[in-house]
Ligand binder design. Structure first.
Ligand code: NAG
Ligand code: NAG
Ligand code: NAG
Length: 709
C-alpha cells in the first residue's frame, strides 16, 4: 500500500503546476517518490513534458458530459479530476474519507475505513498464503542446514586429520634422517680406524728400524773412537754382521694406506623432492551442478563394456579443471544388490570415465555420487538388453544431402531420405526397428493426414497433436496415438485464412494459436477450428514460432525482425525484445520458442547455433550451444520444448537429430532416431503422455518418440 497522491501527479502530465511545484526549476531529473526511478527531464524542464491526451480528453469528456452512464468510469473520472484539481480523493463507499491506501489484490484505491472491511481479508489472505508458502520451505532449509553443517564439520575433521598425517610423516622423515646421519658417522669412524691401524703398524715398523740403525751406528762409532785395537777386533765380526743385516733390511718405506676419506651427500634432488613433498588434493566440484553424459547412463547391451563421462562443475556451474574428486559409481539391481563392478578413470582435467559391463538383461539403478551427493539426474534408470536385440547403427549409410526447402539453404544437413514408397499410406506406421520411435504419421501429399513441408507442432493437455501444415496452408489435428481427427484452414490473406502457418500452440482453453509467417500475424482458432481473432497485425514481420505462457500471454518469435513479441490474449502488446545481432539479447535468426514452468522463455537461434533463455519479461538469463556436431552443439537449432522436469528438448535441424538438455542447458542425451533418420526437423512438442513429437519436415511426416528411458 502506498500513497496515491503522487501517482496522480505523474498520471496528469497535463497538470504541470503540480510537477512545477514539486520539482525545482533547475532540476534536470525527476525521481518518482513511489518506485524511486529517476527519469531525465527534457532540456526545458517540466514544461517541456508531453501532454497525456488520454487524461486531457477524459477531463474534457467529464466537463462536457457530467452525467456519465457508467458509474465506475465516473468514479475514475472524479478521482482524476479531483487529483487534477489538487484535491484529495474521496472514498465512494465512505463519505468524507480520503482514499490514501491501495489494495493490491483488488487493484483499487481505498480509505482507512475500507481497510477494515473486505480488503482486510484480502490483505490477511495474501499474507497467509505467502506465510504458508514460506513455511513449507522450512523442512527443506533445515535439511540443507544439516547437510552444509555436516560438510563443514567433515571439512574441519579432514583438515585436522591431514595436519596429523603431515606431522607424523615429517617426524618419521626426521627420524630417518637422524638414523642415516648416525650410520654415516659410524661408517666413517670404522673406515678411518681401519686405515689408521695399517698406518700405525707401518709407522711403528719404520720407527723401530730407524732406532736400530741409530743405535748400531753410535755403538760402532764409539768402539772405533774409544776402543783399543783388541777391543775393535773383538766386536768387529759381530758389528759388521749387524750393520750388513740392517743395510739389507727391507723397511716398509712406501705408505700402506692413503688418506682418502670424504663424505659426499647428494642433496640437490632430495632438496627438490622435499620442496615438492606432499600435495594437497581438493576441488571445488559439487554434485548438483556436475553432469553425467553418455548413452550408457540409460542403455546397455549385456556383455559389452560401456562408458559414460562425468564432468565436474563448481557451484556456479563453471567447469572444474583438476582431477582427484571423490566419485563413486554403483549399479544395483531392483533387489538392491550390486550388479556390476564399475571402474573410474580420472582424466585429471575434471572429467571422469566410468566403465562397466552388465552380464544380464534387466532394469538397473545407476547411481553416481560425487563427494557422497548425487550428480545431476542420479540415480539413472538403466536398461540392459541382449546385444542381438540392439539393431545395427545406420551411421555408415549416412550421407550429405541438400537441405530441404524452407529455411536458410546454406546450412548443410546430414540425413538419409527414405524411399517414400516405404511410407506411402497416410496411416501411422508402427516402428519396425527398435530405436526410440513410437510411430510416424504422414507422407508428402495434400490429403488428410498428408503434409507438405509441415513446420510447427504442438500438443494439448487433452491428448491432441496439432500440426501446422505450412505449404498446404492448413492445420491438422491428431490424437496422441496418431489417429487423424480433423483439419481446418483456408488459404488466403484475409482474417481467418492461412497463408503460411509455421508455428502452432494450444492455450489453456484448448484454443489453437497459429503464427502465420506470410500473413504477418497470429490467428486464434477455437478447439474445433472456428476463427476467433488475429493479433500482432501491423507489428509482426514474419512470426515463425509461438508459445503460450502460464499467464496466457502469447509469445511469438518474429524471425524476420529477429524479435520476440509478448501479447496479451486480446492482442495488446505486453513487451518485445531482441533485434538482429549476436549479443545475448539479440538474435541471428530466431525460429521457435517454448516456455518452462518458471515462465522463462526459451528461444532457438538458428543462425547463432544456440538456445537462449530469458525471464518472463525478457531479461537474458543464459544461453547454450555452439556450432558443431558434438554433444550439445548445433547446426541450426529449430524446434524446442520443455518437459515437466524442465529438461529442454531441441531439434537440431542441420544435424538432423534431437538433443535433450537439463534445465540449465547441460547436454543429457540424444533421442535415438537412427533407425528412421530425420530430415530437417522443425517444430517439436511434448505430448500430454510424455513423448516427444517432432515435425520431420523433409520427410513430410511427424514422428513421436520416447526419450530419457
Ligand atoms: C579431458 O581429458 C580427456 C582424456 O584425456 C579428453 O578426452 C577430454 O577431451 C578432456 N576434456 C577436457 C574438458 O579437457
Ligand atoms: C540407437 O538405436 C539403434 C537401433 O535402431 C542402435 O543400433 C544404436 O546403438 C542406438 N544408438 C545409441 C547411441 O544407443
Ligand atoms: C553467436 O553469438 C555469440 C555471442 O553470443 C557470438 O560470439 C558468435 O560469434 C555468434 N555465432 C554465430 C555463428 O553467429
Amino acid at each position: 500500500m502506498f500513497s496515491l497522491n503522487f501517482i496522480f501527479i505523474y498520471l496528469l502530465d497535463s497538470s504541470f503546476s503540480c510537477l512545477q511545484n514539486y520539482i525545482p526549476p533547475e532540476s534536470l531529473t525527476l525521481s518518482c517518490p513511489v518506485c524511486r526511478q529517476t527519469s531525465i527531464l527534457p532540456e526545458k524542464g517540466v514544461c517541456a513534458l508531453q501532454n497525456n491526451f488520454f487524461i486531457t480528453n477524459l477531463m474534457e469528456v467529464l466537463q462536457r458530459d457530467p452525467e456519465c452512464s457508467r458509474p465506475e468510469a465516473c468514479s475514475v473520472l472524479e478521482s482524476v479530476s479531483a487529483a487534477a484539481a489538487g484535491k484529495p480523493l474521496c472514498c465512494p463507499n465512505h463519505e468524507g474519507k480520503v482514499m490514501e491506501f491501495y489494495c493490491e489484490s483488488c487493484e483499487t484505491a481505498m480509505c482507512l475505513e475500507c481497510t477494515e472491511g473486505e480488503h482486510r481479508e484480502h490483505m490477511t489472505a495474501v499474507l497467509k498464503t505467502q506465510l504458508d508458502a514460506i513455511h513449507s520451505r522450512l523442512p527443506q532449509l533445515t535439511a540443507a542446514i544439516e547437510l552444509v553443517s555436516e560438510i563443514s564439520r567433515q571439512l574441519s575433521e579432514r583438515k585436522n586429520e591431514a595436519v596429523a598425517e603431515i606431522t607424523s610423516t615429517f617426524e618419521e622423515l626426521e627420524q630417518a634422517l637422524h638414523q642415516r646421519k648416525t650410520a654415516l658417522i659410524t661408517d666413517l669412524e670404522n673406515i678411518c680406524s681401519a686405515k689408521q691401524k695399517v698406518l700405525q703398524a707401518q709407522l711403528s715398523a719404520l720407527l723401530q728400524g730407524k732406532e736400530h740403525i741409530q743405535s748400531s751406528c753410535s755403538f760402532t762409532e764409539q768402539a772405533l773412537s774409544h776402543g783399543s785395537a783388541t777391543e775393535v777386533l773383538l766386536v768387529q765380526k759381530q758389528m759388521s754382521e749387524r750393520v750388513n743385516a740392517l743395510a739389507r733390511h727391507d723397511f716398509p718405506e712406501k705408505p700402506h694406506q692413503n688418506a682418502h676419506l670424504d663424505c659426499q651427500v647428494e642433496t640437490e634432488g632430495l632438496r627438490r623432492s622435499i620442496q615438492n613433498l606432499g600435495v594437497l588434493l581438493t576441488t571445488a566440484a559439487v554434485a548438483h551442478t556436475s553432469v553425467a553424459t553418455g548413452e550408457g547412463l540409460r542403455h546397455a547391451a549385456t556383455g559389452q563394456h560401456q562408458t559414460i563421462t562425468v564432468t565436474t562443475k563448481d557451484k556456479d556451474g563453471e567447469l572444474v579443471r583438476t582431477g582427484n574428486a571423490v566419485l563413486k559409481a554403483e549399479i544395483t539391481s531392483a533387489d538392491g544388490s550390486r550388479a556390476a563392478e564399475t571402474e573410474i578413470t580420472d582424466n585429471k582435467n575434471g572429467t571422469y570415465e566410468v566403465g562397466y559391463t552388465l552380464r544380464s538383461e534387466g532394469e538397473y539403478s545407476f547411481s553416481l555420487l560425487l563427494y557422497g551427493q548425487p550428480v545431476r539426474g542420479s540415480p539413472f534408470r538403466l536398461r540392459a538388453v541382449k546385444p542381438s536385440d540392439v539393431p545395427q547403427s545406420p551411421d555408415d549409410v549416412k550421407r550429405r544431402v541438400k537441405s530441404p526447402s524452407g529455411t536458410g539453404g546454406h546450412i548443410r544437413q546430414k540425413a538419409v531420405r527414405r524411399p517414400s514408397s516405404m511410407y506411402s499410406t497416410t496411416k501411422k506406421k508402427e516402428n519396425p526397428i527398435e530405436d526410440e520411435l513410437i510411430y510416424r504419421v504422414g507422407s508428402r501429399g495434400r490429403e488428410k493426414g498428408e503434409f507438405t513441408n509441415l513446420q510447427g507442432i504442438s500438443a494439448s493437455s487433452n491428448g491432441r497433436v496439432v500440426v501446422a501444415d505450412s505449404n498446404n496452408q492448413c492445420i491438422q489435428v491428431f490424437s496422441n496415438d496418431g489417429q487423424f481427427k480433423m483439419r481446418f484452414g483456408v488459404r488466403g490473406r484475409s482474417p481467418g485464412q492461412l497463408q503460411r502457418p509455421t508455428g502452432v500452440t494450444v492455450d489453456v482453453n484448448g484454443d489453437i494459436v497459429v503464427a502465420d509467417y506470410d500473413n504477418r500475424w497470429v490467428s486464434i482458432f477455437s478447439p474445433d477450428g472456428k476463427f476467433k481473432n488475429k493479433i500482432g497485425a501491423g507489428r509482426l514481420m514474419g512470426p515463425k514460432g509461438v508459445a503460450v505462457d502460464k499467464n496466457g500471454h502469447i509469445i511469438t518469435v518474429d524471425n524476420k525482425a529477429c524479435c520476440v513479441f509478448i501479447f496479451q490474449s486480446n492482442g495488446k502488446l505486453v513487451t518485445k525484445f531482441g533485434g538482429r545481432g549476436t549479443s545475448d539479447r539479440q538474435f541471428a535468426g530466431p525460429h521457435f520458442v517454448a516456455v518452462n514452468n518458471k515462465n522463462e522463455i526459451i528461444v532457438t537461434d538458428f543462425h547463432n547455433h544456440s538456445v537462449k533463455v530469458y525471464s518472463a519479461d525478457g531479461e537474458f538469463l543464459f544461453k547454450f550451444g555452439s556450432h558443431g556436431e558434438g554433444n550439445g552443439q548445433f547446426n541450426a537449432p529449430t524446434g524446442v520444448a520443455v518437459d515437466a522436469n524442465g529438461n529442454i528438448i531441441v531439434a537440431d535441424w542441420g544435424n538432423s537429430r534431437i538433443q535433450v538438455f537439463d534445465s540449465t542447458g547441460s547436454f543429457l542425451s540424444y533421442i535415438n532416431t537412427s533407425a528412421d533418420p530425420l530430415y530437417g526437423p522443425q517444430g517439436l512438442a511434448l505430448t500430454s503422455d510424455g513423448h516427444v513429437a517432432v515435425a520431420d519436415s523433409g520427410n513430410h511426416c511427424f514422428k513421436v518418440y520416447r526419450y530419457l528411458q
